[in-house]
Structure formats: C-alpha cells, structure tokens
Design a protein around this ligand. Structure first.
Ligand code: DGL
Length: 242
C-alpha cells in the first residue's frame, strides 16, 4: 500500500515511526508543513486550507490512504476533509478516544495545542467525568527548535501530578515524553495516540519499505531532528506545495 501521513512538522514522524514498526512492508509518503508551523494556534479556516493542499498533494501521489498524524487537524478539520476526498482518511483522535473509553480510571488529563483544546473534543467524547484539558502550545516551538524549557514542562506536569492518565494530545509531544515522565508520578500512565491509531488499523503488508519525506521548508536543524526520531533509510525532498 502507499500511505500518506501528514502533520505541521516533525510531530507526525512519531506516528510514522509507529506505523512502520507495525506495518513495515509499505510505501510511506510523509508531508511535514514546516513552512506553516505551528498549526496549534491557527484559525480553523486556515488549518482547513493548509490541510486541503496536502490532501491534493497526496492525490497527485496516488496514495491508497491518508493518516492525519496531527491532533490539531484531527480535532478541527477531520469531518470536512473526509467529505472532500475519495481516499480513505483516518484521524488520530477518534481511535484514542475509543481506546480510552474502554479503560477504567479515576481521572484523565490531556496536554494538547490551543486549537485542539478549544474544540473540547476529549471532554465531549470521553465517558469519564474528570477530564482536565490543558493547553500546552509552547511545547511545539520548543521541540521544533530543540530548545526545551524544562521549567515550562515541569509547571504543566505539576498541575496533573496525581492523575491516572495523561494523553499526549499532540503528536509532537512523544518527542519529550522522557522529560514529561520525569516530572510525573509513577502511577500516571502516558498515552501516545500513535499506538491507539496503529492498533485500530488493519493494513496489509505487501510491499518493500519505502519512505519519502516531503517538507515545505528544510534546514539543518530539521535534518538533525529527523535523524534523532527515525532510524530507517529515507529520501527527503523539499516541496512547497502551497
Ligand atoms: N503535531 C500537531 C498536533 O498534533 C501540530 C502541532 C502544531 O503545529 O502546533 O497537534
């Protein structure tokens, strides 16, 4: 299968990595819209316009399915995107909510971008009453620029110190999972949405692995970041599809 995966930047690579682990014999086309990142504070109309261009790009690449490896686009634009393409398209939040609704726990916290939290998609769809949604928009620029402010991370973690579950509601956040974990109680389980997504899919494995990464803007920092996430051979192409 040829699978299109996209995000604003690096974050979706955490999803790509999980997909490749589970479904290694496929062709993957990744699009990271680094020229327009961060997505997390943009207006819904702008997010739709940007993601529509990416869907059109995937249509020219003749992908068999599309994965929205971005919490922000999943929460704001999934329904609209689904209605404008014939290619099967999957978001990352629905499988996460389905998975969480099968668990038993007392309370749950969500770290996500401003735009995702503003939709209250988790609060509206989780059966559990004690849902604390926290906007952590500073995380994405810190991660993309490799400039972590541990105090900011710590202060957010202190707000949820006794929680049973923390959902990393933005696909960039698994990149700083180690730092987040260091400020939490051992009792807090951390949920990476990529795992919920891959376990909900049933893909065939019928090709040899091929990975093409497209970014709307490339620089040395990005290349270094990619290599710290992906440990497989890939081709990389700068493509400003807008
Ligand atoms: N990784 C994305 C998400 O899951 C986008 C974050 C951003 O660009 O602000 O929400």
């Amino acid at each position: 299968m040829r699978i299109g995966v996209f995000d604003s930047g690096l974050g979706g690579l955490t999803v790509l990595k999980t997909l490749i682990k589970m479904y290694p014999c496929n062709e993957y086309i990744y699009y990271g819209d680094t020229k327009n990142l961060p997505y997390g504070e943009k207006a819904k109309e702008k997010l739709f316009e940007l993601s529509l261009n990416i869907i059109k790009f995937f249509e020219t690449k003749k992908v068999d399915l599309i994965i929205i490896a971005c919490g922000t686009i999943s929460s704001c634009c999934f329904k609209e995107l689904k209605s404008i393409t014939n290619i099967p398209i999957y978001d990352i939040i629905t499988p996460t909510i389905n998975y969480l609704n099968k668990l038993n726990y007392q309370n749950i916290a969500i770290f996500a971008t401003k735009r995702t939290i503003d939709t209250h998609i988790f609060k509206k769809n989780l059966h559990q009453k004690q849902v604390l949604e926290i906007k952590t928009s500073e995380f994405v620029p810190m991660i993309e620029n490799k400039n972590l402010n541990l105090n900011i991370i710590k202060n957010y973690c202190l707000k949820i110190i006794d929680y049973d579950i923390l959902v990393l509601g933005c696909t960039h956040y698994p990149i700083i999972e180690k730092e987040i974990k260091s400020y939490l109680n051992n009792k807090t389980s951390i949920i990476n949405m990529a795992n919920c997504l891959v376990n909900s899919l049933n893909l065939t494995n019928n090709n040899s692995l091929k990975v093409n990464l497209y970014f709307s803007k490339l620089d040395d920092n990005l290349l270094e970041n990619i290599n710290s996430i992906l440990d497989i051979p890939y081709n990389i192409i700068e493509n400003d599809n807008q």
